[in-house]
Design a protein around this ligand. Structure first.
Ligand code: UDP
Length: 356
């Protein structure tokens, strides 16, 4: 394949797309980016294109602020029109958002091969919109690029070995991004200058199962308040979480800041004592930057982090969050195990795309 349409829309996809776009240019592949508009604020979108030098999108669909059904439906319609005009040889989608599913579905219905980067991941929790997006996207993809052995196993268990599709383990493109941009971040990041504290725990919260459930949200806020009494907690606020917290009436003792760009995020990860998150990507980034991680969920797709003791699942239980904090602050881990490849994941994916 030499002509690719890439679909992005949400923050983690910009980080992943940055690694592939660089390799596409190197390989002489003609890539056009479609931005669905799922995330649109300057600090949730533009900053990533600028800092990570991602080619500007050829198409902006500007679809946001509506429910899952309307969002996915409008994206499907918008992407189909673009694919009919552009007639690409393949459509590349990342991860597990509504943009991922809409891109895959639009392409598959037009018999255009779908390349799914971050294929095979499962949380086994069908209440998560992301799990539905992952399963459906994998099933209609032609080239499935898996980051981990667990992802390969999941696909095998679902009978993918009997399907006429190509499955490869290429490693984790977020590891590529962390390695590549860490050098630039050390020169460009400024966030630490603006923090009122030097020693801190980094937290992020944005999963719908946490923000939209008042019991979960209360438990997490109590847990973070408890940690904050020991070590200050710094939380860059996702817009969804900001809106819900404002209406919740909950008392927040910890430090909240606006969402930060990728360079600043790397700096926060490098300099924190520990990470507390419900993000998929940030769990791995904690490991890349050799930090222990508390995950505010009942399950994770990144099971190898839990198996190796780098990550603990606490859900939203404030006592468990606090207890895990004390245990993990005193825990020494050897982070030298290679779980996600050595920064070659995008290159491997592109070499498979060229062969396809
Ligand atoms: N991120 C960032 N600034 C922030 C919060 C997150 O640059 O204020 C980055 C983070 O380092 C990771 C990506 O955004 O690379 C993860 O996105 P998010 O947590 O929104 O999504 P998920 O990984 O859960 O799908």
């Amino acid at each position: 394949m030499k002509r690719i349409i890439t679909i992005v829309g949400a923050r983690p996809q910009f980080v992943k797309a940055a690694t592939l776009s660089r390799e596409f240019i190197r390989a002489g592949i003609d890539e056009k980016i479609v931005h669905t508009g799922q995330h649109f604020d300057a600090n949730m979108s533009d900053v990533f294109f600028t800092e990570m030098e991602i080619p500007q999108p050829a198409y902006q669909l500007d679809i946001n602020g509506v429910g899952h059904g309307a969002m996915t439906g409008r994206m499907l319609e918008g992407i189909e029109k673009i694919l009919l005009t552009e007639k690409p040889e393949g459509v590349l989608v990342f991860g597990d958002t509504n943009s991922t599913l809409a891109g895959a579905l639009a392409a598959a219905k037009l018999h255009i091969p779908v390349i799914h980067v971050e294929a095979g991941l499962r949380s086994f929790n069908m209440q998560m919109p992301e799990e539905i997006n992952r399963i459906l996207t994998d099933r209609i993809s032609s080239l499935l690029c898996c980051p981990t052995d667990a992802a390969l196993k999941n696909l095998a268990a679902e009978g993918f070995d009997n399907l006429p599709v190509q499955i490869v383990k290429n490693g984790d493109v977020m590891q590529d991004a962390a390695l590549y941009y860490a050098r630039k971040a050390s020169e460009k990041a400024t966030v630490l200058n603006h923090l009122p504290v030097k020693r801190f725990v980094l937290a992020t919260v944005h999963r719908q199962e946490n923000t939209d459930d008042p019991v979960h949200l209360k438990g997490i806020v109590e847990g973070l308040n408890a940690i904050h009494r020991e070590v200050p907690v710094v939380l860059p606020l996702h817009p969804r979480t900001r809106n819900i917290l404002q209406q919740s009436g909950l008392t927040i003792d910890f430090i909240t800041i606006d969402p930060v760009g990728y360079f600043d995020m790397i700096s926060l990860l490098q300099n924190c004592q520990l990470v507390v998150t419900d993000s998929g990507g940030v769990q791995k980034e904690a490991f890349f930057f050799q930090k222990q991680c508390i995950t505010l969920r009942e399950q994770t797709e990144w099971v190898e982090l839990v198996e190796h003791g780098f990550n603990r699942l606490t859900g939203s239980n404030p006592n468990l969050i606090q207890e895990s904090f004390f245990q993990m602050m005193n825990q020494q881990s050897d982070f030298s195990v290679n779980l996600y490849g050595n920064g070659e994941a995008a290159r491997k994916a592109v070499s498979e795309i060229l062969k396809y």
